[in-house]
Design a protein around this ligand. Structure first.
Ligand code: XMP
Length: 253
């Protein structure tokens, strides 16, 4: 999850929607399963399967028989999983021995259409307008083999990217940070640094099948660069991803 996100999600469900939510922190389970796994599709499938295992265990604790799993699958998840572009955790990443019957009420809708449905249902606006966040979470933004230190650097860098773009009052569809699994040479306070780069990814889209990269203000990019390199241990470089979809997908893995 991103910085502060678990708390925000719990707040929305418990306080704004009065839902009977069970919150589970399964961080260690996911990270243990992902040790030494670098291949993006393998990571997606491991995360997708572990999701289900956690749900199964929690469902058993609820007591009554739980037979359905509701998912917010949308149409692009199905199209991209079918075409072999990537295994979305909720479609191509599901385990074969899934014990639940799936309930996917918006699976034939694109994201912009899902937002119309959300408003019709009277969901809080901050939830309807919330940026999409992939099911495999920061796991597909912490590239290659996930390590706890790089994951933490990603979480901090991502929070700065989001904070600065929010502060600038821009309307961008999705914006976040990515941290690759290689290092770059730098110099910090006269001494050699050998740290990770951070890549800023911003896209505008309607249906997420295609996406454009917005021209960010240079001063904003410099401000983000200065903050990330000063405030995030382990990061000594910042890059801006200029690739539209196609040919890049939104997420790096
Ligand atoms: P891509 O990377 O496929 O992303 O261009 C398109 C949109 O989908 C989100 N995304 C996911 N959402 N499970 C999800 O629920 C996933 O496995 C997944 N992978 C990507 C991505 O953030 C973007 O908004």
């Amino acid at each position: 999850m991103r910085k502060g996100e678990s708390k925000q999600v719990v707040d929305v469900f418990k306080n704004q929607m009065d839902a009977n939510l069970v919150y589970v922190d399964a961080t260690d389970r996911f990270l243990d399963k992902l040790v030494d796994i670098a291949e993006p599709e393998a990571k997606r499938k491991i995360i997708g399967a572990e999701f289900i295992r956690v749900f199964e265990e929690e469902a058993r604790k609820v007591g009554d028989e739980v037979s359905f799993l509701a998912q917010g699958t949308i149409y692009p998840d199905i199209l991209e999983s079918q075409d072999g572009v990537k295994a979305h955790h909720n479609v191509g990443g599901l385990p074969e021995d899934l014990q639940f019957e799936l309930c996917e009420p918006v699976k034939l809708l694109y994201k912009d259409e899902v937002r119309v449905v959300g408003r019709e249902l009277g969901l809080p606006e901050n939830m309807v307008e919330r940026q999409p966040f992939p099911g495999p979470g920061l796991g597909v933004r912490c590239l290659g083999v996930i390590t706890r230190d790089r994951l933490e650097a990603l979480r901090e860098a991502d929070a700065i990217v989001r904070e600065e773009i929010d502060k600038a009052g821009l309307t961008i569809w999705q914006y976040f940070a990515v941290v690759p699994d290689f290092r770059a040479t730098g110099v910090r306070e006269g001494k050699r640094a050998y740290d990770w780069p951070c890549i800023i990814r911003c896209i505008n889209t309607v249906d997420v099948m295609t996406a454009e990269v917005p021209e960010l203000d240079w001063a904003l990019l410099k401000r983000i660069t200065a903050r990330v390199t000063a405030e995030v241990p382990g990061i000594c470089r910042v890059c801006y991803d200029l690739t539209p979809k196609p040919v890049g997908t939104v997420e790096w893995e």
